[in-house]
Design a protein around this ligand. Structure first.
Ligand code: SF4
Length: 185
């Protein structure tokens, strides 16, 4: 994919308020994508999200990069290595996390005009995975962007479909009238 196509993708994202989290949500659930875009947020009700926040704050103390510029909030940035990281509790939903990380990589590459690598970090298992923004990754990003834009313009959220991730989703109360606190997972 050429540079101008990537630049216009970012410009569109900025104009439409499409952020990195939407690139994660679109892999997981279109309903969640719509709800998040339209600022319906229930994350504070979900204890899995709360423990994720705690993990971020403790695992790599001192190097977190929340609310960095360029409109993104990566977990870690290393300017010497030109590496951008996301920290996760487990490998579940890795494709979704990768989608968000690729978006961050695109933003930072365009902003610095340098090549960056991505890294998924799993402090609980001490594993990491290196990610590159290669041609395939760029096409995946574009496809995700097209899916997001198709969904967010709809007047209502797409029909919800019950799936495995619903039981951990912060929108569970909204979609299924069940709290994530109902059972101990
Ligand atoms: S509860 Fe399930 S259907 Fe509803 S937003 Fe979450 S993942 Fe999607």
């Amino acid at each position: 994919m050429n540079k101008s196509k990537l630049s216009s993708l970012l410009k569109e994202c900025e104009q439409q308020g499409i952020n990195g989290l939407l690139f994660q949500h679109i892999v997981l659930c279109p309903t969640r994508t719509w709800l998040h875009y339209h600022r319906i947020d229930c994350a504070h009700l979900n204890r899995h999200m709360q423990s994720g926040i705690f993990l971020h704050e403790t695992a790599y103390g001192g190097v977190a990069a929340h609310h960095f510029g360029f409109g993104i909030s990566p977990d870690m940035l290393d300017f010497k290595k030109r590496e951008i990281s996301e920290i996760k509790k487990s490998k579940s939903h890795e494709t979704a996390t990768m989608s968000q990380l690729l978006f961050y990589m695109l933003v930072i590459q365009q902003a610095t005009q340098q090549t960056w690598t991505g890294r998924l970090r799993y402090p609980n298992s001490r594993r990491t995975k290196r990610i590159e923004l290669d041609r395939q990754a760029q096409s995946d990003l574009l496809a995700a962007f097209e899916q997001i834009t198709t969904i967010i313009v709809q007047p209502q959220p797409p029909e919800k479909v019950s799936k495995k991730i619903c039981k951990h989703c912060s929108y569970r109360m909204l979609c299924w009238f069940e709290s994530t606190e109902d059972r101990d997972y």
